[in-house]
Design a protein around this ligand. Structure first.
Ligand SMILES: NC(=O)c1ccc[n+]([C@@H]2O[C@H](COP(=O)([O-])OP(=O)(O)OC[C@H]3O[C@@H](n4cnc5c(N)ncnc54)[C@H](OP(=O)(O)O)[C@@H]3O)[C@@H](O)[C@H]2O)c1
Length: 331
């Protein structure tokens, strides 16, 4: 449930169990894993015996510091690698994927965790910054990694997972731009401060819709194939609000004190999704299990928006990487 009372209930009374999967032999990528939820998720993956965990970060120095902290706390060396990935640049995403294809024998899970919530309008590439980082680059990355995941599935008889980190605030986001002929263009055109206040939630709503549509277009994974899902970690203490206007800071401190989960607790949601079975394909996960997304996402209007916005995204991805559409349906 994504209503306000349900959110408050989850924050105050629901704890996620500690994940107990065995990921021996597996290779994982976590974007934005030098800090916050991504860092804690990567630390869990190391603890759960993953063979290789790649911290995909935009700042190598911060990544190396995170690697050191993970190694010290898990007492495991030779697992964590730090690779550069800057989601504000499409070329950085493509170069990261080339490195994956050249160096990785297998790829079992990708957690698309990195996100921003800018307070002011700015652009990266052809979009407002949060649209590029949270949506376009994240879907570019995961779609370009599909062939390596499928190869892993065939060679090792496993079902790799692509997990998008979303949020229950997707249930409060409104998307009036769906009435416009081009949703991305309308979102990019809105430079108002009210537009920026709702922008982060809108990207999370788009994340849920696009996950569902990508999963539908890829088809159901049977014994083999790639699983795509999205996960909500709940409201957690982190650096995410760093760009919020100063006037909101006291409120955020208060909410952190009263309601927030620790990042470690929230990151368990990442791990449940990243180790999810075929039943999680195309699903929204919250509290570590499949839950219904917002009423809008489940509505006819939501489903129509889901098809349209995915078509628009695919057009953008085709411009960035011609031929990428073939990867979605490829086996
Ligand atoms: N915290 C919450 O309450 C909450 C609730 C629901 C969902 N989530 C979701 O959980 C995920 C993680 O959030 P968080 O709270 O852990 O946030 P955070 O502490 O702000 O961490 C965000 C991470 O993303 C990275 N990042 C930002 N821009 C990037 C770029 N252009 N390229 C590559 N990496 C980039 C950051 O790197 P730098 O350190 O270099 O900036 C950082 O590692 C996000 O998807 C967020 O929407 C969070």
């Amino acid at each position: 449930m994504t209503t306000l009372p349900a959110i408050i209930y989850n924050q105050l009374f629901v704890s996620l169990p500690e994940p107990k999967f065995d990921l021996a032999g597996q290779t994982a990528i976590v974007t934005g894993s030098n800090t916050g939820l991504g860092f804690e998720a990567a630390r869990h993956l190391v603890r759960l015996n993953a063979e290789t965990v790649i911290l995909a970060v935009r700042n190598i120095e911060k990544g190396e510091h995170a690697k050191q902290r993970i190694e010290e706390s898990t007492k495991k060396e030779g697992v964590v690698e730090v690779w550069e990935l800057d989601l504000s640049s499409y070329e950085s995403v493509k170069s990261f994927v080339r490195k994956c294809n050249q160096n990785l024998q297998r790829l079992d899970c990708v957690i698309g965790n990195a996100a921003i919530g800018p307070g002011l309008y700015k652009t990266f590439e052809d979009n407002e910054a949060a649209l590029t980082v949270n949506i376009v680059s994240t879907f570019l990355l995961n779609t370009l990694l599909l062939p390596l995941c499928r190869k892993t599935s065939r060679l090792f008889n496993v079902q790799p997972r692509l997990t998008f980190i979303v949020s229950e605030v997707h249930g409060m986001a409104r998307l009036p731009e769906r009435q416009q002929p081009d949703i991305f263009a309308a979102l990019n055109a809105d430079k108002s401060s009210s537009g920026m206040r709702r922008r982060y939630g809108v990207t999370k709503l788009l994340g849920v819709l696009l996950t569902k549509e990508l999963a539908a277009r890829m088809g159901k994974p049977d014994n083999q194939g790639v699983i795509v899902n999205c996960a909500n970690p709940g409201f957690c203490v982190s650096d995410l609000g760093r760009d919020a206007p100063a006037v909101y800071r006291p409120l955020m401190v208060l909410l952190n004190l009263i309601l927030a989960r620790t990042t470690e607790m929230g990151s368990r949601a990442h791990v449940f999704a990243a180790a999810g079975s075929a039943e999680t394909h195309g699903q929204y996960m919250s509290n570590g299990r499949v839950e219904p997304p917002s009423e809008f996402v489940r509505s006819k209007d939501g489903m129509e928006t889901q098809h349209r916005v995915y078509d628009e995204l695919l057009k953008k991805l085709e411009k960035i990487n011609p031929g990428i559409s073939q990867l979605v349906v490829g086996k």
